[in-house]
Design a protein around this ligand. Structure first.
Ligand code: TXA
Ligand code: MG
Length: 316
């Protein structure tokens, strides 16, 4: 299917991807058409192993090899200067290319069998919640995708952490499944976090343009409000008083809440919260909620990515 220019959705450890042959501009073009995604948003090229990035990047600095060695296969995307042959459809016309080796057996088997790079954004329509099961992909993209590989629920549940190594000091462009702390440990110094990535303190200078890290991403139809656990009861009472259908997403059960508040199953500690986050946002819509009150996890480790996604969902 990939060799014929088709679209194949496949599981990764983060979210499901909508895959196409990365060396086939027409096939990659179909990704944009199906997602309804603006042309200047580059897509990540997935490869079977770290050495394969030499075929896609013009230059691989030592820091990139160090991170690849430490974290691949895994939820990390490296932005590197592009090789000449990389289609503009993949890079969005930029001088860089995003590369990743996913940590999911079916994905790795697919990549090995295919042999080339697979360009894949998350398998959702533009701006909507990313899919973490094959059923989510089917519900969102339907017949627009030629084939969906079902690998069960994604183990990590939020997208990969994106690190720009194309110039200057390594910089995090998107918080994700790999923590900023883990990156800093391997690099041997605090890693910069771009202002657009949100989350932890911004050590870097100006915001690097990182298309796709729009504030309004990852939103369900329900309005999301990020609230502290102590504030839930008052806010819920006010909203219920206005006749709204109000739900709650929180790490732990909260006592003393008003009748009529529709509490989703607790999201748990940060790793569990990340894994169930997108499923819970979908559940909010399935229950027909007008407003979802979301109590965030602590913003450290993978919790930083969860906080980031909740904030983006809330600003939609
Ligand atoms: O976990 C993930 O990264 C998933 C799975 C399928 O691998 N993919 C994913 O793709 O989240 P997508 O397209 O939904 O988000 C990729 C992000 C976008 O914000 C895009 O702008 C950014 O990566 N990106 C890709 N290539 C880039 C580049 N050359 N420079 C800057 N940003 C880039
Ligand atoms: Mg996406």
């Amino acid at each position: 299917m990939l060799r014929r220019g088709g679209l194949v959705a496949f599981p990764t450890e983060t979210v499901y991807g909508l895959g196409a042959d990365a060396s086939n501009p027409a096939a990659v073009g179909r990704i944009y058409a199906v997602k309804g995604r603006p042309k200047n948003h580059p897509v990540i090229v997935h490869v079977a192993e770290a050495t394969a990035i030499k075929g896609w990047a013009a230059d691989v600095p030592p820091d990139a090899w160090a991170l690849a060695e430490a974290f691949w296969p895994g939820p990390l995307t490296l932005i590197l200067p592009r090789a000449d042959h990389v289609p503009d459809a993949v890079t969005g016309g930029a001088g860089t290319v995003g590369l990743r080796v996913p940590n999911q057996l079916l994905a790795l088997e697919l990549l090995e069998a295919f042999g080339g790079g697979i360009a894949a954004p998350s398998a959702n329509r533009f701006g909507r919640v990313s899919p973490t099961t094959a059923a989510h992909v089917r519900a969102d993209l339907g017949a627009d995708v030629d084939l969906i590989l079902d690998g069960g629920a994604c183990a990590v549940g939020v997208e990969s952490t994106i690190v720009d190594l194309s110039w200057g000091a390594p910089k995090v462009l998107r918080l994700g499944g790999l923590s900023v702390e883990a990156l800093s440990d391997v690099l041997g110094h605090p890693v910069l976090v771009s202002a657009v990535a949100g989350g932890p303190p911004v050590l870097g200078a100006e915001a690097v343009p990182a298309p796709g890290t729009l504030p309004s991403h990852y939103a369900p139809a329900a309005r999301v409000e990020v609230v502290a656990a102590e504030a839930v009861a008052n806010r819920a009472t006010a909203l219920l008083g206005q006749g709204r259908r109000v739900g709650l997403l929180a790490p732990r059960p909260i006592s003393g809440l008003p009748d009529g508040l529709d509490a989703l199953p607790p999201a748990g500690r940060p790793q569990a919260y990340a894994k169930c986050l997108y499923q819970r946002l979908r559940e909010a819509d399935r229950r027909g909620l007008d407003v979802l009150l979301a109590v965030p996890p602590p913003a450290t480790g993978i919790g930083a990515a969860v906080v980031d996604r909740l904030n983006r969902a809330a600003s939609a």
